[in-house]
Design a protein around this ligand. Sequence first.
Ligand code: NAP
Ligand code: ZN
Length: 348
Amino acid sequence: MQSFGYAAQSKTSSLAPWSFDRREPNPDDVVVSIDYCGICHSDIHQVRGEWGADIFPMVPGHEIVGKVKAVGSEVTRFKVGDSAAVGVIVESCLRCDNCNAGLEVYCSDGGARDTYNAILRSGEKTYGGYSDTIVTPEHFVHTLSSKLDPAGAAPLLCAGITTYSPLKHWGIGPGKKVGVVGLGGLGHLALKFAHSFGAEVVQFTTSESKVEDAKKLGADDVIISKDAEAMKKQAGSFDFILDCVSASHDMDAYLSMLKLNGTLCLVGIPDGVSVKPFSIIANRRSLAGSAIGGMKETQEMLDYCAEKGITADVELTDYDKLNEAYERVLKGDVKYRFVLDNKTLRNS
Ligand code: NAP
Ligand code: ZN
Protein backbone atom coordinates (compact mmCIF):
# COMPACT_ATOMS: atom_id res chain seq x y z
CA MET A 1 0.00 0.00 0.00
CA GLN A 2 1.50 3.33 -1.10
CA SER A 3 2.11 5.61 1.91
CA PHE A 4 3.66 8.96 2.63
CA GLY A 5 5.28 10.23 5.79
CA TYR A 6 8.38 11.63 7.42
CA ALA A 7 11.39 9.38 7.89
CA ALA A 8 14.96 9.46 9.13
CA GLN A 9 17.29 7.75 6.62
CA SER A 10 20.04 7.21 9.22
CA LYS A 11 20.76 7.97 12.86
CA THR A 12 22.49 11.20 11.91
CA SER A 13 19.94 12.50 9.41
CA SER A 14 16.99 14.71 10.21
CA LEU A 15 13.44 13.71 9.39
CA ALA A 16 12.27 14.46 5.85
CA PRO A 17 9.33 13.57 3.57
CA TRP A 18 9.43 9.99 2.30
CA SER A 19 7.15 7.81 0.14
CA PHE A 20 7.12 4.13 1.01
CA ASP A 21 5.20 0.87 0.74
CA ARG A 22 3.24 -0.46 3.69
CA ARG A 23 2.14 -4.05 3.84
CA GLU A 24 -1.22 -4.83 2.22
CA PRO A 25 -4.10 -5.33 4.73
CA ASN A 26 -5.01 -8.86 5.90
CA PRO A 27 -8.58 -9.94 6.78
CA ASP A 28 -8.03 -9.04 10.47
CA ASP A 29 -6.56 -5.60 9.74
CA VAL A 30 -7.93 -2.11 10.29
CA VAL A 31 -6.60 0.62 7.99
CA VAL A 32 -6.50 3.94 9.84
CA SER A 33 -6.20 7.31 8.14
CA ILE A 34 -4.08 9.25 10.64
CA ASP A 35 -5.21 12.67 11.93
CA TYR A 36 -2.74 13.22 14.79
CA CYS A 37 0.45 11.63 16.09
CA GLY A 38 2.23 12.56 19.30
CA ILE A 39 6.00 13.04 19.49
CA CYS A 40 7.34 10.76 22.25
CA HIS A 41 10.86 11.03 23.59
CA SER A 42 11.22 7.35 22.58
CA ASP A 43 10.95 8.53 18.96
CA ILE A 44 13.99 10.75 19.51
CA HIS A 45 15.96 7.99 21.30
CA GLN A 46 15.31 5.58 18.42
CA VAL A 47 15.80 7.98 15.50
CA ARG A 48 19.17 8.90 16.98
CA GLY A 49 20.19 5.27 17.43
CA GLU A 50 20.39 5.49 21.23
CA TRP A 51 18.87 2.02 21.80
CA GLY A 52 20.80 0.15 19.09
CA ALA A 53 19.12 -2.31 16.67
CA ASP A 54 17.72 0.53 14.59
CA ILE A 55 16.12 -0.13 11.25
CA PHE A 56 16.43 2.68 8.71
CA PRO A 57 14.67 4.34 6.97
CA MET A 58 12.61 4.87 10.14
CA VAL A 59 9.15 6.44 10.25
CA PRO A 60 8.62 7.04 13.99
CA GLY A 61 5.35 7.66 15.84
CA HIS A 62 3.31 5.50 18.22
CA GLU A 63 0.71 7.89 19.59
CA ILE A 64 -1.71 7.59 16.71
CA VAL A 65 -5.29 8.80 16.37
CA GLY A 66 -7.41 8.85 13.22
CA LYS A 67 -10.41 7.48 11.36
CA VAL A 68 -10.98 4.00 10.00
CA LYS A 69 -10.51 4.01 6.24
CA ALA A 70 -11.04 0.29 5.54
CA VAL A 71 -11.59 -2.95 7.45
CA GLY A 72 -10.77 -6.56 6.62
CA SER A 73 -13.50 -9.21 6.42
CA GLU A 74 -12.75 -10.58 9.93
CA VAL A 75 -12.88 -7.20 11.72
CA THR A 76 -15.83 -6.91 14.13
CA ARG A 77 -15.29 -3.85 16.35
CA PHE A 78 -14.72 -1.18 13.68
CA LYS A 79 -16.41 0.17 10.59
CA VAL A 80 -15.30 2.77 8.07
CA GLY A 81 -15.44 6.30 9.55
CA ASP A 82 -15.04 5.25 13.22
CA SER A 83 -12.45 6.99 15.40
CA ALA A 84 -9.55 4.67 16.16
CA ALA A 85 -6.20 4.75 17.92
CA VAL A 86 -2.96 2.77 17.70
CA GLY A 87 -0.20 2.76 20.30
CA VAL A 88 3.26 1.30 20.77
CA ILE A 89 2.84 -2.34 19.69
CA VAL A 90 1.15 -3.96 16.69
CA GLU A 91 1.91 -7.67 17.13
CA SER A 92 2.45 -10.38 19.75
CA CYS A 93 1.93 -14.16 19.73
CA LEU A 94 -1.55 -13.88 21.36
CA ARG A 95 -1.13 -17.40 22.76
CA CYS A 96 1.41 -17.33 25.61
CA ASP A 97 0.42 -16.88 29.27
CA ASN A 98 1.31 -13.19 29.25
CA CYS A 99 -0.68 -12.49 26.08
CA ASN A 100 -3.60 -14.48 27.48
CA ALA A 101 -3.44 -12.35 30.62
CA GLY A 102 -3.83 -9.24 28.45
CA LEU A 103 -0.16 -8.31 28.83
CA GLU A 104 0.84 -8.49 25.17
CA VAL A 105 3.75 -6.10 25.71
CA TYR A 106 5.40 -8.83 27.82
CA CYS A 107 4.74 -11.57 25.21
CA SER A 108 6.99 -14.51 26.12
CA ASP A 109 6.87 -16.23 22.73
CA GLY A 110 8.87 -14.07 20.38
CA GLY A 111 7.99 -10.78 22.07
CA ALA A 112 5.76 -7.88 21.16
CA ARG A 113 6.61 -6.05 17.94
CA ASP A 114 6.68 -2.27 17.90
CA THR A 115 4.60 0.02 15.74
CA TYR A 116 7.82 1.20 14.07
CA ASN A 117 11.47 0.19 14.01
CA ALA A 118 10.54 -3.49 14.21
CA ILE A 119 10.14 -6.56 12.02
CA LEU A 120 6.91 -8.56 12.16
CA ARG A 121 6.81 -12.36 12.30
CA SER A 122 5.97 -12.23 8.57
CA GLY A 123 9.29 -10.48 7.94
CA GLU A 124 7.68 -7.14 7.07
CA LYS A 125 9.09 -3.92 8.52
CA THR A 126 6.90 -1.64 10.63
CA TYR A 127 6.51 2.08 9.97
CA GLY A 128 4.89 4.42 12.49
CA GLY A 129 2.48 7.28 12.76
CA TYR A 130 4.37 10.21 11.24
CA SER A 131 2.52 9.26 8.07
CA ASP A 132 -0.82 9.33 6.30
CA THR A 133 -2.10 5.79 7.03
CA ILE A 134 -1.39 2.76 9.19
CA VAL A 135 -2.38 -0.90 8.78
CA THR A 136 -2.83 -2.70 12.11
CA PRO A 137 -4.47 -5.94 13.30
CA GLU A 138 -7.76 -5.19 15.05
CA HIS A 139 -6.47 -6.63 18.34
CA PHE A 140 -4.00 -3.71 18.54
CA VAL A 141 -6.46 -0.94 17.59
CA HIS A 142 -8.44 0.95 20.24
CA THR A 143 -11.79 2.68 20.09
CA LEU A 144 -11.83 6.35 21.00
CA SER A 145 -14.78 8.09 22.65
CA SER A 146 -16.15 11.18 20.90
CA LYS A 147 -15.87 12.87 24.33
CA LEU A 148 -12.08 12.97 23.90
CA ASP A 149 -10.39 15.73 21.92
CA PRO A 150 -8.47 13.63 19.36
CA ALA A 151 -5.25 15.69 19.42
CA GLY A 152 -5.16 15.64 23.23
CA ALA A 153 -5.98 11.93 23.22
CA ALA A 154 -3.09 10.91 20.92
CA PRO A 155 -0.42 11.00 23.69
CA LEU A 156 -2.58 8.71 25.84
CA LEU A 157 -1.59 5.85 23.50
CA CYS A 158 1.96 5.85 24.86
CA ALA A 159 2.56 8.45 27.58
CA GLY A 160 -0.91 7.78 29.01
CA ILE A 161 -0.81 4.00 29.28
CA THR A 162 2.87 3.97 30.34
CA THR A 163 1.99 5.97 33.44
CA TYR A 164 -1.54 4.63 34.09
CA SER A 165 -0.43 0.98 34.09
CA PRO A 166 2.21 1.12 36.88
CA LEU A 167 0.04 3.42 39.00
CA LYS A 168 -2.71 0.79 38.79
CA HIS A 169 -0.33 -2.15 39.25
CA TRP A 170 1.07 -0.68 42.48
CA GLY A 171 -2.42 0.13 43.79
CA ILE A 172 -2.15 3.91 43.86
CA GLY A 173 -5.15 5.60 45.43
CA PRO A 174 -6.27 7.46 48.55
CA GLY A 175 -3.83 7.22 51.46
CA LYS A 176 -0.75 6.73 49.25
CA LYS A 177 2.01 9.29 48.86
CA VAL A 178 3.29 9.26 45.29
CA GLY A 179 6.19 11.06 43.66
CA VAL A 180 6.44 11.83 39.94
CA VAL A 181 9.93 12.62 38.65
CA GLY A 182 10.20 14.80 35.52
CA LEU A 183 7.37 16.93 34.20
CA GLY A 184 7.44 16.03 30.52
CA GLY A 185 5.05 14.11 28.28
CA LEU A 186 4.88 11.06 30.56
CA GLY A 187 5.29 13.00 33.79
CA HIS A 188 2.38 15.39 33.28
CA LEU A 189 0.02 12.48 32.58
CA ALA A 190 1.38 10.55 35.59
CA LEU A 191 0.59 13.60 37.68
CA LYS A 192 -2.95 13.87 36.30
CA PHE A 193 -3.63 10.15 36.86
CA ALA A 194 -2.12 9.92 40.37
CA HIS A 195 -4.12 12.99 41.42
CA SER A 196 -7.29 11.64 39.85
CA PHE A 197 -6.83 8.29 41.68
CA GLY A 198 -6.92 10.23 44.97
CA ALA A 199 -3.25 9.95 46.02
CA GLU A 200 -1.16 12.70 47.59
CA VAL A 201 1.19 13.64 44.74
CA VAL A 202 4.57 15.37 44.84
CA GLN A 203 6.08 16.47 41.53
CA PHE A 204 9.87 16.61 41.20
CA THR A 205 11.27 18.82 38.46
CA THR A 206 14.55 20.38 37.40
CA SER A 207 12.64 23.31 35.88
CA GLU A 208 11.60 26.19 38.12
CA SER A 209 9.41 27.45 35.27
CA LYS A 210 7.14 24.38 35.63
CA VAL A 211 6.26 24.78 39.34
CA GLU A 212 2.98 26.67 38.88
CA ASP A 213 1.87 24.34 36.07
CA ALA A 214 2.55 21.28 38.22
CA LYS A 215 0.24 22.65 40.90
CA LYS A 216 -2.47 23.31 38.32
CA LEU A 217 -2.04 19.77 36.97
CA GLY A 218 -2.77 18.33 40.41
CA ALA A 219 0.47 18.32 42.46
CA ASP A 220 0.00 18.75 46.21
CA ASP A 221 3.62 19.82 46.42
CA VAL A 222 6.39 20.57 43.89
CA ILE A 223 10.08 20.12 44.63
CA ILE A 224 12.96 21.43 42.57
CA SER A 225 15.28 18.45 42.50
CA LYS A 226 18.39 20.69 42.60
CA ASP A 227 17.34 21.91 46.06
CA ALA A 228 19.26 19.44 48.26
CA GLU A 229 17.61 20.59 51.50
CA ALA A 230 14.08 20.22 50.11
CA MET A 231 14.99 16.78 48.77
CA LYS A 232 16.37 15.60 52.13
CA LYS A 233 13.17 16.58 53.91
CA GLN A 234 11.29 13.93 51.87
CA ALA A 235 13.43 11.04 53.20
CA GLY A 236 11.52 7.81 53.94
CA SER A 237 8.08 9.28 53.20
CA PHE A 238 6.86 7.86 49.85
CA ASP A 239 4.93 4.69 49.05
CA PHE A 240 5.70 4.90 45.36
CA ILE A 241 7.73 7.06 42.98
CA LEU A 242 7.32 6.98 39.20
CA ASP A 243 10.48 8.08 37.43
CA CYS A 244 9.67 9.57 34.00
CA VAL A 245 13.10 11.06 33.19
CA SER A 246 14.76 10.48 29.81
CA ALA A 247 18.39 11.11 30.89
CA SER A 248 20.72 9.75 33.58
CA HIS A 249 20.22 11.24 37.03
CA ASP A 250 20.75 10.46 40.70
CA MET A 251 18.44 7.52 41.49
CA ASP A 252 19.77 7.05 45.05
CA ALA A 253 18.25 10.40 45.98
CA TYR A 254 14.78 9.11 45.04
CA LEU A 255 15.27 5.64 46.55
CA SER A 256 16.14 7.25 49.89
CA MET A 257 12.71 8.92 49.87
CA LEU A 258 10.83 5.57 49.94
CA LYS A 259 9.34 4.29 53.17
CA LEU A 260 9.41 0.60 54.21
CA ASN A 261 8.54 -1.64 51.21
CA GLY A 262 8.27 1.39 48.92
CA THR A 263 8.88 1.12 45.17
CA LEU A 264 10.70 3.33 42.72
CA CYS A 265 9.40 2.41 39.27
CA LEU A 266 11.34 3.42 36.21
CA VAL A 267 9.38 4.21 33.07
CA GLY A 268 11.85 6.76 31.71
CA ILE A 269 14.75 5.22 29.80
CA PRO A 270 18.03 6.96 30.66
CA ASP A 271 21.20 5.64 29.05
CA GLY A 272 22.23 3.98 32.30
CA VAL A 273 21.08 3.28 35.84
CA SER A 274 23.35 3.01 38.84
CA VAL A 275 22.23 2.59 42.44
CA LYS A 276 24.03 2.03 45.72
CA PRO A 277 23.11 -1.34 47.30
CA PHE A 278 22.15 0.26 50.62
CA SER A 279 19.64 2.50 48.84
CA ILE A 280 17.43 -0.55 48.32
CA ILE A 281 18.52 -2.74 51.24
CA ALA A 282 17.47 -0.04 53.69
CA ASN A 283 13.67 -0.08 54.18
CA ARG A 284 13.42 -3.24 52.00
CA ARG A 285 12.84 -1.05 48.96
CA SER A 286 12.17 -2.15 45.38
CA LEU A 287 13.53 -0.73 42.17
CA ALA A 288 11.16 -1.74 39.37
CA GLY A 289 10.34 -0.96 35.76
CA SER A 290 7.26 -1.01 33.58
CA ALA A 291 6.57 -1.05 29.83
CA ILE A 292 3.48 0.63 28.36
CA GLY A 293 0.50 -1.65 29.21
CA GLY A 294 -1.66 -4.36 27.68
CA MET A 295 -4.38 -3.80 25.08
CA LYS A 296 -7.27 -4.35 27.52
CA GLU A 297 -5.75 -1.95 30.02
CA THR A 298 -5.06 0.62 27.28
CA GLN A 299 -8.75 0.57 26.33
CA GLU A 300 -9.69 0.81 30.03
CA MET A 301 -7.39 3.85 30.37
CA LEU A 302 -8.89 5.54 27.28
CA ASP A 303 -12.41 4.95 28.63
CA TYR A 304 -11.36 6.26 32.06
CA CYS A 305 -9.95 9.40 30.41
CA ALA A 306 -13.20 9.92 28.48
CA GLU A 307 -15.19 9.58 31.71
CA LYS A 308 -12.92 11.91 33.73
CA GLY A 309 -12.08 14.39 30.96
CA ILE A 310 -8.35 13.62 31.02
CA THR A 311 -6.23 14.40 27.94
CA ALA A 312 -2.64 15.50 27.43
CA ASP A 313 -1.72 19.19 27.36
CA VAL A 314 -0.53 19.48 23.78
CA GLU A 315 1.13 21.87 21.38
CA LEU A 316 0.05 21.10 17.82
CA THR A 317 2.91 21.26 15.37
CA ASP A 318 3.31 21.21 11.59
CA TYR A 319 5.39 18.56 9.85
CA ASP A 320 7.79 21.17 8.52
CA LYS A 321 8.65 22.05 12.15
CA LEU A 322 9.23 18.42 13.18
CA ASN A 323 13.01 18.63 13.51
CA GLU A 324 12.70 21.86 15.48
CA ALA A 325 10.14 20.16 17.75
CA TYR A 326 12.70 17.41 18.53
CA GLU A 327 15.24 20.03 19.60
CA ARG A 328 12.63 21.71 21.78
CA VAL A 329 11.70 18.39 23.46
CA LEU A 330 15.38 17.86 24.27
CA LYS A 331 15.45 21.30 25.93
CA GLY A 332 12.25 20.58 27.88
CA ASP A 333 10.62 23.40 25.93
CA VAL A 334 7.12 21.99 25.37
CA LYS A 335 3.99 22.06 27.48
CA TYR A 336 3.76 19.11 27.60
CA ARG A 337 3.53 17.07 24.40
CA PHE A 338 3.99 17.96 20.74
CA VAL A 339 1.36 16.46 18.49
CA LEU A 340 1.80 16.41 14.71
CA ASP A 341 -1.23 17.68 12.83
CA ASN A 342 -1.71 15.54 9.72
CA LYS A 343 -3.51 18.35 7.90
CA THR A 344 -0.01 19.74 7.43
CA LEU A 345 1.26 16.40 6.06
CA ARG A 346 -1.33 16.35 3.33
CA ASN A 347 -0.48 19.93 2.36
CA SER A 348 3.27 19.49 2.28
P1 NAP B 1 10.04 14.26 27.81
O1 NAP B 1 8.72 14.83 27.44
O2 NAP B 1 11.27 14.78 27.17
O3 NAP B 1 10.16 14.41 29.41
C1 NAP B 1 11.31 14.04 30.11
C2 NAP B 1 11.44 14.97 31.34
O4 NAP B 1 12.55 14.52 32.11
C3 NAP B 1 11.78 16.41 31.00
O5 NAP B 1 10.64 17.18 30.72
C4 NAP B 1 12.46 16.87 32.27
O6 NAP B 1 11.49 17.23 33.25
C5 NAP B 1 13.16 15.62 32.77
N1 NAP B 1 14.59 15.61 32.42
C6 NAP B 1 15.13 15.67 31.17
N2 NAP B 1 16.47 15.61 31.25
C7 NAP B 1 16.78 15.49 32.56
C8 NAP B 1 18.00 15.36 33.28
N3 NAP B 1 19.20 15.35 32.65
N4 NAP B 1 17.93 15.26 34.63
C9 NAP B 1 16.75 15.27 35.26
N5 NAP B 1 15.55 15.40 34.63
C10 NAP B 1 15.58 15.52 33.30
O7 NAP B 1 10.05 12.70 27.58
P2 NAP B 1 8.82 11.66 27.59
O8 NAP B 1 8.28 11.53 26.23
O9 NAP B 1 7.96 11.95 28.74
O10 NAP B 1 9.63 10.29 27.86
C11 NAP B 1 10.36 10.12 29.06
C12 NAP B 1 11.14 8.83 29.00
O11 NAP B 1 10.23 7.73 29.05
C13 NAP B 1 11.96 8.63 27.72
O12 NAP B 1 13.21 8.08 28.08
C14 NAP B 1 11.14 7.63 26.93
O13 NAP B 1 11.91 6.87 26.03
C15 NAP B 1 10.59 6.78 28.04
N6 NAP B 1 9.39 5.99 27.69
C16 NAP B 1 9.28 4.76 28.24
C17 NAP B 1 8.16 4.00 28.01
C18 NAP B 1 7.99 2.67 28.68
O14 NAP B 1 7.19 1.85 28.19
N7 NAP B 1 8.65 2.44 29.79
C19 NAP B 1 7.14 4.50 27.18
C20 NAP B 1 7.29 5.78 26.66
C21 NAP B 1 8.42 6.52 26.92
P3 NAP B 1 11.69 18.49 34.24
O15 NAP B 1 11.87 19.68 33.34
O16 NAP B 1 10.42 18.52 35.00
O17 NAP B 1 12.88 18.18 35.09
ZN1 ZN C 1 6.25 6.62 23.47
